[in-house]
Design a protein around this ligand. Structure first.
Ligand code: 0O2
Length: 217
């Protein structure tokens, strides 16, 4: 029977030298399991309710360089223990929806799934960052099922609209290009774009609501 254990216990049990690779294998397995749940959820909504709130899903494993950078930035040691404990977004999934009402709907459907728990939520839609960043972040723990072990593993799921994703992608590129020191006017322009995008999201959603009302009449 498979025994529940942490990533560190699993590595220790296998007395491995390639512990980073083993840890990454577990995060990758968590991504595979989580992606298939999202896929099933999307098909279920489409099959049962003829409703397709998810436009697209992207997954990524954080690179070793990016993991080390984050550990250093936050004053942690470059160890497997610190990586597993403090870096929450090694396994990352981004779900993009058309409308922001769907963001909350999809997030709620995911949070209610079995064998999955919500560690924390950061609602940057209800409470946008000063930069204008909007996105709904869920830190989830999913049970990774291996042959002889069950390993609760963190996966960060970001849910946002297409418009929010458009803004965040450009802002991310600018941030990395200038390493946080972009010319001052970039910040102001991005804040303005963020407010245009919020108005666009609100308008698109109200058009969609109007269309649904007309369909229902
Ligand atoms: P990268 O290069 O995208 O991986 P915590 O998880 O609570 O320990 P963290 O990691 O700061 O702390 O959590 P948060 O705020 O949920 O951010 C996680 C990820 O969200 C970031 O990962 C970014 O990908 C994205 N993100 C957060 N804030 C912003 C923002 O202002 N602009 C953009 N474009 N993306 C943002 P990384 O590791 O910072 O970066």
């Amino acid at each position: 029977m498979a025994v529940e254990m942490t990533i560190q216990e699993y590595i220790h049990k296998r007395s491995e030298k390639d512990s980073f690779e083993t840890a990454m294998f577990i995060y990758e397995s968590a991504l595979i399991q989580m992606t298939s749940r999202i896929e099933v959820l999307n098909r279920e909504l489409s099959h049962v309710y003829q409703y397709n709130p998810i436009e697209y899903v992207k997954t990524r494993l954080k690179t070793p360089e990016s993991i080390m950078k984050k550990l250093r930035k936050n004053g942690h040691n470059i160890t497997i223990d610190d990586m597993v404990t403090y870096v929450n977004d090694i396994a990352g999934i981004r779900i993009t929806c058309s409308f922001f009402s769907e963001v909350y709907f999809v997030a709620d459907m995911l949070a209610r799934q079995d064998n999955l728990s919500v560690i924390h939520i950061k609602d940057y839609i209800g409470h946008p960052k000063e930069s204008g960043y909007k996105s709904y972040h869920m830190l989830l723990s999913i049970q990774v099922a291996l042959a002889d072990a069950v390993i609760p593993t963190k996966v960060e799921v970001q849910v946002r609209t297409m418009a929010m994703d458009f803004w965040a992608s450009l802002e991310h590129k600018i941030y990395y290009k200038y390493e946080g020191n972009a010319p001052g006017y970039f910040e102001r322009e991005l804040q303005e774009c963020a407010s245009i995008i919020s108005r666009l999201d609100a308008k698109m959603m109200s058009l969609n609501e109007a269309m649904k009302r007309i369909d229902g009449e």
